[in-house]
Ligand binder design. Structure first.
Ligand code: ADP
Length: 216
């Protein structure tokens, strides 16, 4: 399957993408994780992306699209993929259409995770990520690790993202409303969109997502 996940920051895209990718046996491709990996490795791409990410702004398309395309052309993505955080504006959505058309493939569905804004802020403020693998995501209250500060899955150190502050979250939400939300209509027009409420237990949301994608 080829799936795109959309939703505001803090909707649980990363958490759900990790679980869905495992269930569906397809790679989880997160542009946010790819940028963070580039930053921690000190690559030129990482250096360029960092200023935008720290400000809560979208990284320019010239950088993002090439990086996403490279990742999608890796052998493990030949059988399908779950895109998390890409596309994030109409230009990227159209670029993705071209990449897929050139490869003679198409998306199966776009899953939109819906969550109220006050919940987003609570989720982000308590979010902790694993240094070894950014798709291992926890929350200090809602999804705490067995041992504080330690990843349940691999024992890695948990940390808080530098853009997970209330001020940055506000900017990220503005970016989401003005730039990312338009892609929801774009995919609805193509009959690809399924929207599910992303409230409740992590496992309940995963079940809802699988059910919603079954028809796609
Ligand atoms: P979240 O969905 O919680 O905001 P991500 O890890 O997906 O977190 O993204 C973090 C940051 O990485 C974004 O605020 C943005 O700066 C950058 N980013 C990720 N994906 C994209 C993209 N497709 N286009 C532009 N910037 C991106």
């Amino acid at each position: 399957m080829r799936i795109v996940l959309v939703g505001p920051p803090g909707a649980g895209k990363g958490t759900q993408a990790h679980l869905l990718a495992k269930t569906l046996s397809i790679p989880h491709i997160s542009t946010g994780d790819l940028f963070r990996a580039n930053i921690s490795q000190g690559t030129p791409l990482g250096l360029e992306a960092k200023a935008y990410m720290d400000a809560g702004k979208l990284v320019p398309d010239e950088i993002t699209i090439g990086m996403a395309k490279d990742r999608m052309s890796q052998p493990d993505a030949a059988k399908g993929f779950l895109l998390d955080g890409f596309p994030r504006n109409l230009g990227q959505a159209k670029a993705l259409d071209e990449i897929l058309a050139d490869a003679g493939i198409a998306l199966d569905g776009v899953l939109d995770l819906e969550v109220p804004e006050d919940e987003v802020v609570r989720r982000i403020a308590g979010r902790r990520l694993c240094r070894n693998d950014g798709s291992h995501v926890f929350h200090v209250d809602y999804n705490p690790p067995a041992q504080p500060g330690v990843c349940d899955e691999c024992g890695g150190e948990l940390y808080q993202r530098t853009d997970d502050t209330e001020e940055k979250v506000r900017v990220r939400l503005e970016e989401y409303h003005s730039k990312t939300e338009p892609i929801i209509g774009y995919y609805a027009d193509q009959g690809l969109l399924v929207t599910i409420p992303a409230l409740g237990k992590v496992s309940e949301v995963t079940e809802r997502a699988i059910e919603a994608l079954r028809g796609k």
